[in-house]
Design a protein around this ligand. Structure first.
Ligand code: CTP
Length: 220
């Protein structure tokens, strides 16, 4: 099936890494597996995929353009450079904050006890793309990583960020960094659970749902 033939899709994946100094950084446990699997599943349905990835231990998937970045600011710049697109999917675990100052050398400890790192908030890439006036992709999808009140939080996040679909992702039980996942796709039309499975199986189901949207002429 080639339901996404020729469609331009941007997928973000992996963590971002925010430098503190020459040798230290802030980041998170994202492995990039779900984003990479989704990019591959979309490619297999004929999409022309740009994968914007933070540092991960995975090889760039064949048959797509992969842009490697480190920080949230670099990820936003790479996403903006990859527009226009028909679909944007934010799977990346973008660091919410970055150190307000980055030291070019290694910060020395002063043996005085507490060290304080001031944090600046990173831009929200998903909300930025969803709010674009001229270049907003037709379908903007986010992944809500939640540990509590998963569906309620994801519903609120969909509205707050202005995206079309929010994929509610319960990240308790080792989902981040693990092989398995279970999600619920929250849309304006309804909520569609995809039961627990390998991340590649979840990816194929999601890609299929996106392809069906583009195939149904009535959707847009
Ligand atoms: N996201 C983003 N840019 C950010 C933070 C998040 O694009 N600076 C995107 C993620 O890629 C994901 C979605 O927003 O698609 C939800 O991410 P999540 O971490 O669940 O949400 P947060 O905005 O971090 O909200 P909170 O920390 O309150 O859970």
């Amino acid at each position: 099936m080639t339901g996404l033939a020729g469609r331009l899709v941007i997928v973000t994946a992996g963590p971002t890494v925010e430098p503190i100094d020459a040798v230290r950084f802030l980041s998170n446990r994202s492995s990039g597996r779900q984003g990479y699997a989704l990019a591959a599943a979309l490619r297999d349905l004929g999409a022309r995929v740009t994968l914007v990835s933070g540092p991960v231990a995975l090889d760039p998937p064949p048959g797509m353009k992969t842009v490697l970045v480190e920080t949230a600011l670099q990820m936003l710049a790479a996403v903006t450079a990859a527009l226009p697109a028909d679909v944007f999917i934010g799977v990346a675990a973008v660091a919410d904050w970055r150190p307000a100052q980055t030291s070019a050398g290694k910060i020395k400890k002063d043996h005085g006890g507490l060290a304080v790192i001031e944090l600046a908030e990173n831009p929200d890439i998903l909300a930025t793309v969803a709010g674009l006036q001229d270049q907003r992709p037709r379908l903007v999808v986010g992944f809500a990583a939640e540990t509590d009140d998963v569906l309620d939080n994801a519903r609120a996040k969909r509205l707050r960020k202005g995206c079309d679909w929010m994929v509610a992702n319960d990240v308790t039980d080792g989902v981040m960094g693990g092989e398995m996942n279970a999600v619920t796709v929250i849309t304006q039309q309804g909520e569609f659970p995809i039961p627990q499975a390998d991340k590649s199986v979840i990816a194929k189901a999601l890609a299929q749902r996106i392809a069906e949207l583009f195939l149904s002429a009535s959707a847009y």
